[in-house]
Design a protein around this ligand. Sequence first.
Ligand code: NAD
Length: 356
Amino acid sequence: MKYNIALIHGDGIGPEVVNEAVNVLDTVAKKFGHEFCYTPLLAGGCAIDAKGECLPQETIDACKKADAVLLGAVGGWKWDTLPGDKRPERALLGLRKELGLFANIRPALLFDALAEACPLKPEIVEGGLDIVVVRELTGGIYFGERGTKETPMGLAAYDVEQYAEEEVRRIAVTAFDMAMKRNKKVTSVDKANVLDSSRLWRRVVTEVAKDYPEVTLEHLYIDNAAMQLVRNPKQFDVIVTGNIFGDILSDEASMITGSIGMLPSASLAAGNFGMYEPVHGSAPDIAGQDKANPLATILSAAMMLRYTFGLSKEADAIENAVKAVLAKGYRTPDIYTEGTTLVGTKEAGRLVCAEI
Ligand code: NAD
């Protein structure tokens, strides 16, 4: 099969980690008989330098034509003094909006070989940890009505949390579909004891659950969920929640797994289209030094194969190769501990290719 991938290398370590993910994809293509065609595109600081804007229209158009997008990271010190709406990171919001990416998927997987990087007590995470946070990405308080008004108490500012039934339904379906491919449990997180928007959220998620009799649905309030995630994270399989709660919970879940250099993510639109990127930023402090951990981007490429192209065997091959490289004791500087073997970005990528 032939697949078209839009490649946004971006800034800082973005190009280094994306290059390794491409090497891994090419290795998979050779082994399994696929063809991956890449279209390199500009977004972020490099696009500001070359085109005067962080998200040129031609990048948007080419992404829409591709089957999926693989992105490194954007931003860096050079552009830090630009006003908010001109900064490289704006490209990410623009891409989400233009591509209709309404579901953010963040796995929090604790690799056996990296168990000591977990900040929780060993007995809490014994036997591993494998959670997916499904966050609604284009609705809720970040996109609701906002403003500032005069009041007797001085200026007051407000941001409205609002969810429509259809917005909740499509993210719930994404979460239940995902649970069907995993351990068949969905935890929906809201604040239904206080918020009307959460009560509607809970009703719609409960309705969607009726179409998935094999999946166990549980509801938790956000405050309890934040607590349970560090008290007993193994109880979770798929967590589904709105934009602002998901923003916070997905960071908390990632922290449990140790290094930021290991965390992939996917943002999905209707019809399996998706944008795949590591959770980390452009790490300007280590850019160009062959120190960046490419595994988050390589694992993002594996998610692309699984969720957009439906190639689970191929995705498994990448994930198993990453596990094998870690089990053999190879570590980039961010996850290095005494007694393991220090490798650079390129060597880490080469080792994954060799395992595949
Ligand atoms: P960051 O994730 O870039 O870096 C935080 C720390 O983690 C740094 O010490 C960095 O060296 C380290 N780190 C990050 N990724 C790593 C990797 N793959 N391997 C090894 N170490 C890694 O976050 P930041 O420093 O807050 O932001 C730097 C720039 O990236 C800023 O301009 C920010 O706006 C941007 N940013 C972009 C994205 C994105 O493109 N999705 C996300 C977050 C931040």
